[in-house]
Design a binder for this molecule. Structure first.
Ligand code: G
Ligand code: G
Ligand code: MN
Ligand code: NA
Length: 253
């Protein structure tokens, strides 16, 4: 069977699952949130990497129902963690296609109502390219989402075509430095210069800044010195299932 047809039935066959990667405060070393990352365990194909099925979902439009499933499940999970006494912000990736949905705002509102998650506990990660595809309408949409109290961050920052002029107008609260730059931070002068510049720019625009893909103590040390706010990466934890995440909260929060 074609992968696309298998993906079409993944929700009803209960093959999708979310993993969660901690977001850690550099100042306190504590977990302040989690990014929800989708996994597909296909009965026919086994574990299919997101790099394979996300683009397929995007092209076919399946990302719309799948993205809604992700948002609802991530919000439900975050509401449960709040009940357990862990006030985390849950971050969900929004694909370009979802971002162009006419009723996105209503969908977000109703999922927050259904799950009882406060809007301030949700963060949506959007890429530069999704925004710049249609900057004027993106600014309107992001402003409405921001007005609800939901946080917005720009994912994979530095890899897209980022207009600094638009950045100033966007109601985003955080930049996420793409992991490709973090990878070279301690070994490549160019990557170090880019990470340094992005952190400095974020600070002067009063934006928070998160480093992605931190894998070594040396990288974390360099980020501490540069004044980065938060980080994610294998150094602290890979994306893990919800039950493992709760165990981690119990020991590391
Ligand atoms: O999970 P992993 O680190 O392998 O993610 C690979 C890619 O898939 C990343 O670019 C990530 O943003 C994307 N991805 C993972 N989960 C989701 C999701 O729920 N929605 C969207 N749109 N992209 C996702
Ligand atoms: O595009 P986005 O930033 O949403 O993608 C997140 C992806 O990065 C996920 O697929 C996640 O598994 C991966 N990731 C998270 N931390 C690390 C890391 O430290 N090293 C590497 N190589 N990948 C990571
Ligand atoms: Mn992301
Ligand atoms: Na990224």
């Amino acid at each position: 069977l074609e992968m696309r047809n298998l993906l079409r039935h993944a929700i009803e066959r209960d093959e999708l699952v979310l993993h969660y990667q901690p977001k850690v405060s550099i100042e306190t070393g504590k977990i302040i949130g989690a990014e929800a990352l989708l996994r597909w365990n296909s009965q026919e194909r086994g574990a299919v990497p997101p790099a394979q099925f996300i683009p397929l979902a995007e092209e076919s439009g399946l990302i719309v129902p799948i993205g809604e499933w992700v948002l609802r499940n991530a919000c439900e999970q975050a509401a449960k963690w709040q009940e357990l006494g862990f006030p985390l912000v849950i971050a969900v990736n929004l694909s370009p296609r979802q971002f162009r949905q006419a009723d996105l705002l209503e969908r977000i509102t109703s999922i927050l109502e259904e799950t009882g998650l406060p809007p301030e506990s949700l963060e949506l990660e959007v890429t530069e390219s999704a925004i710049m595809d249609n900057a004027a309408s993106a600014i309107r949409l992001l402003t409405s989402i921001h007005d609800m109290g939901v946080h917005l961050s720009i994912d994979d920052f530095g890899t897209g075509y980022s207009s600094l002029a638009y950045l100033k107008q966007l109601p985003v609260s955080k930049l996420k430095i793409d992991q490709s730059f973090v990878k070279g931070l301690t070994i490549e002068a160019d990557d170090a210069a880019i990470v340094t510049a992005v952190i400095a720019m974020a600070k002067s625009l009063h934006l928070g800044v998160t480093a992605e893909g931190v894998e070594t103590a040396e990288q974390l040390d360099a980020l501490v010195k540069l004044g980065c706010d938060n980080y994610q990466g294998f150094w602290f934890s890979r994306p893990i299932p919800a039950d493992a995440f709760v165990d981690l909260l119990g020991t590391a929060h």
